[in-house]
Design a binder for this molecule. Structure first.
Ligand code: C2E
Ligand code: CA
Ligand code: CA
Length: 815
C-alpha cells in the first residue's frame, strides 16, 4: 500500500514538474525570442528615426544658420547653436563662417552612460556622431572657404533611451511569457494533470484499499470516458473477485472444517483411491492401525482386513456407490497384530475431479462384547453356561429343516435327573447348583462335538444330536449309544463340597423328522418318552416310538453280544459248496455263524448290519479271513478234490478300505503258505462305486498275488460296465433274486441272459446264487450258466460236514 502511495506521489510529481518545467522553458524561450526580435526591430527604427530627426533638425536651422553667417550675425548664430543643443540628441553645435572663423558654438555635457546596456547599445548604433553640413552662400560669395554647421550627436543619450526601452520590453515580454505559461500550466493542471493525478490516486486507492470511492472525474470527455469504462471494468472485476474471495473463504473454511472434523473424529477415517490405497487418514485411523500417517499413506486398506481376502476387499470397494452409504463389518488387524471388529461406512466421492472412497471405520469391540453378553444372557443359561431353551429351539428348528431337506435323521434327548430334588432340598441350593454345573461339564465332555446340550431350567437338560444317520433306525441306534454313554458318566459319583453324591438320570429320545412334528412337538415327544422311563423305574432311556425302542434295544444287545462273541470265540465258519453243471465242486463260500451261548446259532442277517454300523465288522472280518484261510490250508494239507479251486470269503466295504487290508491278506497267505489263486474275495458293486480308485488299486495289488475277485449279489447294485471292464475281476455272482423262481422265457431269464452275455464278453466266470430247484438249475444251464451255489446242491455246512460233502462229491465223480 505504501508503495502504491509512493508511486502515486511520484507520478504526480513527475507529471506536474515535467509539465511546468517544459512549459516554462518554452515560454521563456519564446518570450526571449520575441522580445529580442522586437528590440532588434526597435533598434532599426530608432536608428532610422534618429538619423531622420537629426537631418530634419539640421535642415530646419540651415536657412537661419546661412543667414547668420551671411550677415555675420553672431547673435543669430548663437541662437542657432543654442537651439540645436537644446535637442537631447545633440550635445555640441558649432557654426563656422566661410573664413573658418567660429561664429557660434555651444556645447553641453554629454550624457553619462548610466545603463549597462548603453555601451553595447552605443556599439550597435553605427550613427555618424559627427555631422558637418556646408552652408550654401551663393548669393553672398565672399570668401574662399565654405561656411559649415557642425553638429555632434549624444549617442549615449540615444543608446540610453533605447536600452531603457529594451529593458522594459524585455521585462514585459518575459513577464508576459511567464504569465502565459502560468495560465497554460494552470489550465493544463486544472483540466488534465489534476484529473489524471486524481484518477491515478483513485486507481491506487482502489488497488490498495480495494473499495471503489466516488468517481474522480465525471466530465463528458475522453478522460471521463476512460474513468467510467475503467470504473465499469473495476466493478466487474470486483464482482468476480468478491465472488472468488467468497468462494475461497468458504472453501478454506469448509476445508478447515472438514480437516478438523476428520482429525478430531473419534472414528477412523480413510480417504482412499478406488483400489483402497490410503490417500489420507486421520489421527484415529493412524492410531487404531498402530502406524503413523506417513507409514499408512499409499498402503492398501485391503491389507488390514481379516474378514475379507485382498480380492474380496477390492470387490467390496468396487461396489461402493456415490449416492448411498455402504455399510459392512470387518475385522481389522493392526501393526501389533491386534485384531478388532470394526463397523465401516463407505461412500464414493469426487474431490478435484478425482474419485475417492471415504471409509469411516469404528472399532466396535466394546459393542461386540456387549452384544456377546446380551447374546449370552439371551441364549445361554447363566448357571452352567449351556445354551438355554431359546437357543436350543432355534437350533432344533434349523436342523429340522436341514434334515427334511437332505433326508437325514437327528434326535432329541430329554434328560432329567432322578434324585435332584432330594439333594437340593437336603443339602441346599449351593450344592444343587454345583451339582448341575458338574453334570453340565460331564455332558459336554461326553457328547459328540456337533451336538447341542441345553439346560431348560431346574434339572432338565436337553440334547440335540444332528445328522445322526440316513435312516431312522441308524439314528435310533446312534442315539441309544449316546444315551448309554450319558448314563454311564452319570453313574460315576460326584464329589461336591465334601459330599459324595450319586445322581442317576433318565432320558427320553425322539427321532426327527417324523411326520409333521414341529420342534416343540419333538421336544414334547422326548418328554413323553422320559415319563415312560420314570414310570419304568428311572436310570434308563426310552424312545418315543416303541418300535424304535425294541429295535434299538435289540441292536444294543447285539452290539454288546458281538463284543463278547469276539472275546469268547463264539463265531464259527460254515462253508457252502459251489458246484459246476457236471457236478464237480469248484469251490466254497465261507459264511459266518454266531454260536450264541443262550440264543443258539445266529445267522449273519441277525448281526452283520449291526457289526457294520458299529465298526465291529473290521475285527469280525479279520477273524473270518484268518479262520477261512486256516481251514483252507488244513484242507489242502489233508487233500481236497482236484476240481476244488478257491475258497471265497466275503469282504465288507469297511474292511476292504482299511489301510492295511492288502498287507493283511498277503501276510495271512504267507503265514498259511497258501498260493493266491486258492483265495477268492467277494466284494459288492456299491463298494466300488464310492472309492473306485482306491479299491481298484488294492484289487490290482492282490491280483498281482494271484487272488481272484468276485462281484457279490451282481445285478442288485449300480452295475456299470466301466467297473467290470477296468477292474481285475474273475467271477460274477448272479444275485438270488434273479434265480428264485427262474423259468425260461421269463423276464428274469432275459436279465440273466444279458448278465451271461456281458460276462462272456469280459471273460468272467458266472456263479448263480440261491439255486433251490431243479427247474431253476436247468433254466440256468439252458441260458448258459454252468456254476451254481444253493440249497439244491448244498446248504452251508460246518467245516467237518463240508469236508465230508466234498470228499463224497469227488468220490461220486470218480464213480
Ligand atoms: P451272501 O454273501 O449272499 O451269502 C449267501 C447267503 O445265501 C447265505 O446266507 C446263504 O446261507 C444263503 N443261501 C445259499 N443258498 C441259498 C438258497 O438256495 N436259498 C436261500 N434262501 N438262501 C441261500 P447267510 O449265510 O445267512 O449269509 C447272509 C449274508 O451275510 C451273506 O450273503 C453275506 O452277505 C453276509 N455274510 C455271511 N458271512 C459273512 C462273512 O464272513 N463276512 C461278511 N462280511 N459278510 C458275511
Ligand atoms: Ca457272498
Ligand atoms: Ca450273495
Amino acid at each position: 500500500m505504501a508503495k502504491h502511495h509512493f508511486m502515486g506521489l511520484n507520478l504526480r510529481r513527475k507529471i506536474a514538474l515535467k509539465q511546468a518545467r517544459f512549459i516554462l522553458i518554452i515560454a521563456l524561450l519564446l518570450g526571449v525570442f520575441s522580445t529580442g526580435l522586437q528590440i532588434y526591430l526597435d533598434l532599426q527604427q530608432v536608428r532610422k528615426n534618429t538619423t531622420e530627426d537629426i537631418e530634419r533638425i539640421i535642415s530646419l536651422y540651415r536657412d537661419t544658420a546661412t543667414q547668420a553667417v551671411y550677415n555675420l550675425n553672431a547673435f543669430q548664430a548663437n541662437e542657432v547653436t543654442s537651439s540645436l543643443i537644446s535637442y537631447p540628441t545633440i550635445y555640441h553645435a558649432q557654426l563656422i563662417d566661410d573664413f573658418s572663423e567660429t561664429l557660434a558654438e555651444h556645447r553641453r555635457d554629454q550624457t553619462l552612460s548610466s545603463s549597462f546596456l548603453s555601451l553595447p547599445a552605443q556599439q550597435l548604433f553605427d550613427l555618424n556622431r559627427y555631422i558637418e553640413m556646408e552652408l550654401d552662400l551663393a548669393s553672398v560669395n565672399s570668401g574662399n572657404e565654405r561656411a559649415r554647421l557642425i553638429v555632434e550627436l549624444d549617442t549615449i543619450h540615444v543608446a540610453n533611451s533605447f536600452s531603457q526601452r529594451a529593458i522594459n520590453s524585455l521585462f514585459l515580454g518575459l513577464m508576459h511569457s511567464v504569465a502565459l505559461a502560468a495560465i497554460i500550466l494552470l489550465l493544463i493542471y486544472r483540466y488534465l494533470s489534476r484529473p489524471i493525478v486524481q484518477t491515478a490516486k483513485w486507481v491506487n486507492e482502489l488497488r490498495s484499499e480495494g473499495k471503489s470511492s466516488v468517481l474522480p472525474y465525471t466530465a463528458e470527455d475522453e478522460l471521463g470516458d476512460l474513468v467510467r469504462s475503467f470504473s465499469g471494468l473495476w466493478k466487474d472485476r470486483e464482482a468476480v473477485t468478491d465472488k472468488l474471495t467468497k468462494m475461497v473463504a468458504e472453501l478454506s473454511e469448509s476445508e478447515h472444517f472438514s480437516r478438523s472434523i476428520m482429525d478430531n473424529a473419534g472414528d477412523a477415517m480413510f480417504l482412499c483411491e478406488l483400489d483402497s490405497t490410503i490417500f489420507r487418514v486421520n489421527n484415529q485411523g493412524a492410531s487404531t492401525l498402530g502406524l503413523s500417517k506417513q507409514q499408512l499413506r499409499n498402503t492398501k486398506l485391503a491389507d488390514y482386513s481379516k474378514n475379507y481376502s485382498f480380492d474380496e476387499y477390492l470387490q467390496l470397494c468396487e461396489g461402493i456407490s456415490d449416492t448411498q452409504v455402504t455399510t459392512f463389518e470387518d475385522l481389522q488387524i493392526n501393526a501389533n497384530g491386534k485384531v478388532f471388529p470394526v463397523e465401516a461406512r463407505a461412500i464414493k466421492l469426487s474431490l478435484q475431479s478425482h474419485e475417492y472412497l471415504l471409509i469411516v471405520a469404528r472399532d466396535i469391540s466394546v459393542r461386540k462384547q456387549a452384544e456377546k453378553q446380551i447374546h449370552e444372557l439371551a441364549f445361554y443359561d447363566t448357571l452352567t453356561g449351556l445354551p438355554n431353551r431359546r437357543l436350543y429351539l432355534d437350533r432344533l428348528t434349523a436342523s429340522l429343516e436341514l434334515h427334511q431337506a437332505n433326508h437325514s435323521f437327528g434326535a432329541v434327548l430329554f434328560l432329567d435327573l432322578d434324585r435332584f430334588k432330594t439333594i437340593n432340598d437336603s443339602l441346599g441350593h449351593g450344592v444343587g447348583d454345583e451339582l448341575l454345573n458338574n453334570i453340565a461339564q460331564r455332558l459336554t465332555h461326553v457328547l459328540p462335538i456337533e451336538s447341542t446340550c441345553a439346560r431348560f431350567g431346574g434339572d432338565e437338560f436337553v440334547i440335540l444330536l444332528p445328522e445322526t444317520g440316513s435312516s431312522s433306525d441308524v439314528c435310533a441306534d446312534v442315539s441309544a449309544h449316546v444315551a448309554q454313554e450319558v448314563l454311564k458318566v452319570m453313574s460315576e459319583p460326584f464329589s461336591i463340597e465334601g459330599h459324595t453324591l450319586y445322581c442317576t438320570a433318565s432320558l427320553g429320545i425322539a427321532v426327527f423328522p417324523a411326520s409333521d412334528a414341529s420342534a416343540q412337538d419333538i421336544i414334547r415327544q422326548a418328554d413323553t418318552a422320559l415319563y415312560r422311563v420314570k414310570a419304568m423305574g428311572r436310570n434308563g432311556f426310552q424312545f418315543y416310538d416303541p418300535e424304535m425302542q425294541s429295535t434299538a434295544q435289540e441292536r444294543l444287545e447285539v452290539e454288546k453280544g458281538l463284543h463278547q462273541a469276539l472275546k469268547s470265540n463264539q463265531f464259527v465258519l460254515w462253508f457252502q459248496p459251489q458246484i459246476c453243471k457236471d457236478g464237480q465242486i469248484i469251490g466254497a463260500e465261507a459264511l459266518i455263524r454266531w454260536q450264541h451261548p443262550e440264543k443258539g446259532l445266529i445267522f449273519p442277517g441277525g448281526f452283520i448290519q449291526v457289526a457294520e454300523e458299529s465298526g465291529q465288522i473290521v475285527e469280525i472280518g479279520n477273524w473270518v479271513l484268518r479262520e477261512g484261510l486256516k481251514h483252507l490250508a488244513k484242507w489242502r494239507a489233508e487233500g481236497l478234490p482236484e476240481s476244488f479251486q478257491r475258497l471265497a470269503i466275503n469282504i465288507s466295504p469297511m474292511q476292504f478300505m482299511q489301510v492295511d487290508f492288502v498287507d493283511q491278506v498277503i501276510s495271512l497267505m504267507d503265514e498259511f503258505d497258501l498260493p493266491g489263486d486258492a483265495v477268492e474275495l467277494e466284494i459288492t458293486e456299491n463298494m466300488l462305486l464310492n472309492n473306485f480308485e482306491v479299491a481298484s488299486h488294492k484289487m490290482k495289488l492282490l491280483k498281482g498275488k494271484g487272488v481272484s475277485f468276485a462281484i457279490d449279489d451282481f445285478g442288485t447294485g449300480y452295475s456299470s460296465l466301466k467297473y467290470l471292464r477296468n477292474l481285475p475281476l474273475d467271477i460274477l455272482k448272479i444275485d438270488r433274486s434273479f434265480v428264485t423262481g427262474l423259468r425260461s422265457k421269463s423276464e428274469e431269464a432275459a436279465i440273466v441272459e444279458v448278465i451271461l452275455a456281458t460276462a462272456d464278453r469280459l471273460g468272467l466266470l458266472v456263479i448263480a446264487e440261491g439255486v433251490e430247484t431243479l427247474e431253476e438249475k436247468e433254466t440256468l444251464v439252458e441260458l448258459g450258466c454252468d456254476c451254481f451255489q444253493g440249497y439244491l446242491l448244498s446248504k452251508p455246512l460246518p467245516a467237518d460236514k463240508f469236508i465230508e460233502f466234498s470228499s463224497a462229491n469227488s468220490s461220486a465223480e470218480i464213480d
